[in-house]
Design a protein. Sequence first.
Length: 152
Amino acid sequence: MALELIQNADDAAATIIIFDVTDEALIVENNGTFTYCGNLGRTSCPDLEGSDQYACDFHRITEVASSGKARRSDNIGRFGIGFISTYQICDHPQIQSAGIAVTLIPDQGKTEFRDIQGIEGTKFVLPWAMNPDSSVRKELRVSHIIVRILIR
């Protein structure tokens, strides 16, 4: 999972990546920026209609196993399944970048998004999956996370 997040940062031309482990979540920030077509309300990315025919980063990450990176030879991540690895530790990952926050809610088959201000670069907020009975934990057949942070 860490490798996937590092690859995402590299694909976004980030030069800095920070992993912050808190009691509530793993927060990963980098100084790269997601591409955004400006319309997550549409099922199909408007960028696909252009000459580049490459969906914006937000549309690609909301579509599980999209393999959208395969069209760009300069990207490290290419198979569309890497971000799924974040479900090892969280049920509802959030991505903040380009003035928008997107929360993936796979157990309800939906994506929530809202405009945000003041975020430079990209921030992944991965709240710990602490409920052993969550529908995501059960569907994936993986255990919940027990967080114990010790400060010495």
